[in-house]
Design a protein around this ligand. Structure first.
Ligand code: GLU
Length: 339
C-alpha cells in the first residue's frame, strides 16, 4: 500500500515535469543572455547606417537634435541589460510620457476612471486632432492622443499645478529608477508654440472634461514632454511594466499589478499614432513612440525594448527604432500572440 502511493507520487511528479518542460525550454531558450545580446548587436549593425526619415521640426528644438543618435537597450523583467549604440544619448520623451501620466491617473483613481473619463479607443485621426474630439462628443477617446494626455495631466490629484508637475515627474523618475533630466531648451521651444494644445484643452474644458485649469494642465503636459530619456531609461521604464509594475532595478512598486494589463492594452490600441494597427500586425507588442525619436516596447512578463533615434516616418514614429525593435522581436520570437 505504502509502496504503491510512493510510486503514484513519482508518476504524478513525472507528469508535472513533462507538462512544464516545453514552457521552461521556450522561456530560457528565447531569453538566453547570449541570444538577446546577439539580437541587439545585429539590430544595431543592420540599421545604424539607415538614414531614412526626418527629425520632427514642428517643435524647433527637435529639428536640431543629432539625427545620427541610435541607441538600443533591452531590459529583462529581472533587470538584466543588453545594449548597443548610443545608449547614453538623450532625447526628449515627448509622447511616451503619456503612458506614465495615464499610469499615475490609474494609480490614484483606478482603471475604470481612466476608461470612463478619458477612454480606451483609437480615434483613427491624427494625435493632435480637434475634429476627433468633436466627432466623439467631447471625448478624447484615449490617453495617448494629445487631448487625452492633457486631460490625464489635469486629473492627477494635487493641490496646485506645481505639485501636479512634481507628482508626474516623480512618477516618471520612479519608473526610470533615477532623476531624469529636464530639457529646458525643448520646453522653451514648445511652450511658445503649443497654441493648438491650448485650444484642445479649452475645448475639453468646454465639454466639462478637465480635472483642473486647462491652460495650467497644458503647461504641465508640455513640461512632462520635455523630460530627457536615453534608450537605457526607456528600457528600465518598460521593464517595470513587463515586471507587472515593479521596477526590476530599484524594487519599487510603481503601479498596482491589476492595472498593468489595462495600460498595455491602450498602448496596443493607440501607441504608434495612426500606424498603431500596422505596428501591432507586425509585432503583436504594446508600444509607445514619441516625436523626440524614442520608442518603448513591452513584451509582457518578459522584457522591454527601449530605442532612441530621432528621424521619424510620416506617422511620427522613429524609423530606425521601429526597424530595430521588429528585428529583435522576430529574431527572439517575442510576439506575444505567438506564445
Ligand atoms: N509635446 C508634443 C506635442 O504635444 C508631443 C507629441 C508627440 O510626441 O506625439 O505635440
Amino acid at each position: 500500500m505504502k509502496r504503491r502511493s510512493f510510486m503514484g507520487l513519482l508518476t504524478a511528479l513525472f507528469a508535472l515535469w513533462v507538462a512544464a518542460a516545453p514552457l521552461q525550454a521556450r522561456d530560457t531558450g528565447a531569453l538566453s543572455a547570449a541570444k538577446i545580446r546577439q539580437a541587439v548587436q545585429e539590430a544595431y549593425e543592420k540599421f545604424k547606417n539607415d538614414d531614412s526619415g526626418k527629425n520632427a521640426d514642428y517643435i524647433q528644438a527637435l529639428a536640431k537634435v543629432d539625427p545620427k543618435i541610435f541607441g538600443i537597450s533591452v531590459v529583462t523583467r529581472d533587470g538584466r541589460v543588453f545594449e548597443a549604440g548610443d545608449t547614453k544619448a538623450a532625447v526628449s520623451i515627448q509622447s511616451i510620457s503619456k503612458v506614465f501620466t495615464a499610469s499615475l491617473v490609474m494609480r490614484q483613481h483606478g482603471a475604470k476612471f481612466l476608461q470612463e473619463k478619458i477612454g480606451a479607443n483609437a480615434t483613427g485621426l491624427p494625435f493632435n486632432s480637434i475634429m476627433a474630439i468633436e466627432l466623439h462628443h467631447g471625448s478624447a477617446s484615449n490617453p495617448f492622443v494629445n487631448a487625452g494626455a492633457i486631460q490625464s495631466t489635469s486629473w492627477v490629484s494635487a493641490s496646485d499645478s506645481a505639485e501636479r508637475w512634481l507628482k508626474i515627474k516623480n512618477n516618471m523618475d520612479a519608473y526610470a529608477g533615477r532623476k531624469l533630466p529636464f530639457n529646458g531648451e525643448v520646453y522653451k521651444s514648445e511652450v511658445n508654440d503649443n497654441k493648438r494644445n491650448q485650444a484642445i484643452a479649452k475645448l475639453l474644458d468646454a465639454y466639462g472634461r478637465m480635472g483642473s485649469d486647462p491652460l495650467e494642465a497644458t503647461t504641465v503636459y508640455t513640461k512632462q514632454c520635455s523630460v530627457n530619456v536615453t534608450s537605457h531609461d526607456l528600457g528600465v521604464m518598460g521593464a517595470t511594466l513587463a515586471n507587472h509594475g515593479v521596477n526590476p532595478v530599484t524594487g519599487e512598486r510603481v503601479l498596482q499589478e491589476a492595472y498593468v494589463p489595462r495600460l498595455l492594452a491602450v498602448m496596443a490600441t493607440a501607441g504608434l499614432y495612426d500606424n498603431a494597427g500596422d505596428w501591432l500586425f507586425a509585432t503583436g507588442a504594446p508600444a509607445k513612440s514619441g516625436v523626440g525619436g524614442g520608442l518603448l516596447t513591452v513584451i509582457p512578463g518578459k522584457l522591454a525594448i527601449g530605442v532612441v533615434s530621432p528621424p521619424l516616418d510620416k506617422y511620427g514614429n522613429s524609423v530606425r527604432a521601429q526597424k530595430a525593435t521588429i528585428y529583435i522581436i522576430e529574431k527572439l520570437g517575442l510576439n506575444p500572440y505567438a506564445q
